[in-house]
Unconditional design. Structure first.
Length: 245
């Protein structure tokens, strides 16, 4: 049975305590805490408090969504993640599309990622979000990056993207990635720029998740109209897709 969770960035305007309440109400397994609003880098006291409150609610501290872009000193990110007590840190693999990188800029980004992997507490992992304008914006570059970083605790995410043929194009990329290097999946369903109920993309997501080992958690990211009611419905669909209902 696959674990499920929620990204706190789904509800940037809500206090962390309300997000914990919603995740527990929905029956999800855990949370990925965002570093842009709810757990700012360097606020170790806040990180410790939220980590404890998450556990006290019966939820897993899956990840620290740091938004660190593989440039600058990574020590504060590693310390904050350690205080929060997460299993892994989400990062962005640079600030440029893979096609715009030179040999030097790619080498520098890889170097920063290596450094973070070596700075995190023992047992913690680092995972690059599958995201446009980064070195994980396509399967070719992501595969190369995994090899270049070469650390046992370095992984990538996967998520569905709007493509010319979303069902086939996303599946094609997913099947090229080694399953043992995928740390988690961000789950949402858009048509163009419009967020839609997850139920509308249920069949497509069922097809994607069928190719992923159950050890890979599925985490909800963003919901239609930033609605708590829509989140609860999407969480119900996600749990069904994950084999929990």
């Amino acid at each position: 049975m696959r674990q499920t969770g929620l990204l706190s960035v789904t509800f940037r305007t809500l206090p962390a305590e309300k997000i914990i309440e919603l995740a527990a109400q929905a029956g999800l397994d855990g949370l990925e805490w965002g570093g842009d609003v709810h757990v700012l880098p360097g606020d170790l006291k806040r990180a410790e408090t939220l980590g404890r409150e998450t556990k006290d609610a019966g939820l897993v501290n899956f990840a620290y969504g740091s938004y660190w872009r593989a440039e600058g000193e990574p020590e504060m990110i590693a310390e904050t993640a350690g205080a929060l007590g997460v299993q892994w840190i989400r990062v962005w693999a640079g600030i440029l599309p893979s096609s715009d990188h030179t040999v030097e800029t790619r080498r520098r980004t890889v170097g920063y990622l290596k450094e973070l992997c070596r700075r995190v507490p023992r047992g913690m992992q680092v995972a690059a979000e599958w995201h446009c304008n980064t070195l994980t914006d396509n399967a070719d570059s992501a595969l190369r990056l995994l090899d270049e970083v070469g650390e046992d605790n370095f992984f990538c995410y996967f998520q569905r993207e709007e493509r010319p043929d979303p069902r086939q194009d996303n599946l094609r990329d997913l099947l090229r990635l080694p399953p043992d290097r995928i740390r988690a999946v961000h789950v949402h369903y858009n048509v163009g720029r419009e967020r839609m109920p997850l139920a509308d993309g249920r069949d497509e997501w069922a097809g994607l998740l069928a190719h992923l080992p159950e050890r890979i958690p599925a985490l909800l990211e963003f919901v239609r109209n930033d609605s708590a009611e829509q989140f609860l419905e999407d969480a119900r669909i996600l749990k069904t897709l994950a084999g929990q209902a």
